[in-house]
Design a protein around this ligand. Sequence first.
Ligand code: NAP
Ligand code: MG
Length: 496
Amino acid sequence: MPDIEKYDQFIDGEFAPSESDDRAEVTFPYNGDTWATVPLGTPDDVDRAVTAARDAFERDNWAGLQPSDRAALIRDVAAVIDDHANELAELETRQNGKLIREMSGQMNSLGDWFRYYASECETRDGDTIPVESKDGEMFNYVVEEPYGVVGAITPWNSPLLLTAFKLAPALAAGCTFVHKPSTQTPVSALRLAELLSDEAGLPDGVYNVITGSGSTVGDALIDHEDIDKVSFTGSTSVGRHIGKTAGENLIPASLELGGKSPNIVFDDANLDNAINGVIKGIFAATGQTCLAGSRVFLHEDITDEFIDRFTDRASDITLGDPRDPETEMGPVAFREQWETDRDYIRTALEEGATLQFGGEQPDDLPGQCFLEPTILTDVENNMTVAQEEIFGPIASVLTFSDEDDLIERANDTDFGLAAGIWTENFRKAHRIADAIEAGTIWINEYRTLTYNSPFGGYKDSGLGRENGHEGLEEYLQTKSVWVDLAGEVKDPFKLG
Ligand code: NAP
Ligand code: MG
């Protein structure tokens, strides 16, 4: 057994023991080895972290720093992340079993989020409004101010990338931050907090990390009376619960939730690219991505050829140790998720789908979490497997011939996170992009995103946007200031 690393929570610029002695284990999904433990925190821990964030916001005046000074610190954060990108990538892989080639790509670009929002911090302006008043000349200006203390909750699938979507704009806005990462992947956030404090010089209390279960620590965080804003990424069911609590407390909530995205291949598509794009959509990251192109719609004229070639390519995918740069698909992150995946396959077959490929645990790999890339054909859009988010390497293949019928079925889902369109006909591509109800559309690509393009969901896939200018607005509230220039208040009984 390897040595087990013991972490504390990170509150007010230092590692701090929890009120509780209970601990959660962090395991490497590839072989099931436990390599770290973190506290299963308590509401008292949450309270200490929120108090530290409040003090940093008010007493230490994080929001009141000159924008250029705050931006300089955020750029230092980016530089420290760059310097430690490989270490952070290894931590990510050891927590959730995702490929080192994916996690090192994510960690080597993470600094870009902070650089982009550092620039936003320095360059964002307010507005002056040409107001009219019957009583004479007025001047009106609008300034933006940070909400205050952010409570952020993140999932396990891309722990630090999804944290950066929130932390970088929140810091730029002048907010301070209390973060509850997933119990399954808490270590990278704790190490990030340590690096930002010790090496980037981020002031104490600006970024705090508390660990523990969603139902204890997460709930205590979102329901804490001193939180001004909630930002959540995770499943639609938990998101709905968080949105309700935020609504009760009348604080804004950004919610980045699940998806069931259509990846649509027309008969005039470049099939080499489309096959790669469909693989990218559903087997990259072992299908454990909110963006998964889990419903593959094929035009009937290319269905047979596409399924043959897709199956060939899927059967060639190299499964193995996620630390090996040659591996193409790692394990599913947890045994419970593996069992969920298998249940969905079973249900699909009961409802009339055909198992075209995969569905089994390969017998030559360690641990209990490997699942072959799985292709289900003869899927109808109303089947469970086409309606519920699975979060595993399971492609549901549907066919279409008529464009209107395609659009109706592609949109016949509670979700609206993303869609892929594969065609060489640019008019058709834009027509379909216009008709699909989703926050991100790719034409002849899939699963690309970056810091300056807004990202978020239609329908039950979420509320609000991350990244880009809109990502910053989630952490700012506006104040409209009226100034009388006429020097006389004429009629006190009249509005205007
Ligand atoms: P999850 O079960 O919803 O959990 C997400 C986070 O919420 C975890 O930190 C969890 O804590 C916490 N949580 C659970 N119950 C809570 C409660 N009652 N109150 C407060 N917090 C609570 O999601 P997951 O299984 O970690 O991640 C997969 C899901 O995330 C998928 O649905 C996926 O689509 C979605 N996702 C969305 C995006 C996007 O940007 N739209 C990106 C990635 C993932 P614990 O698990 O530690 O208990
Ligand atoms: Mg969960």
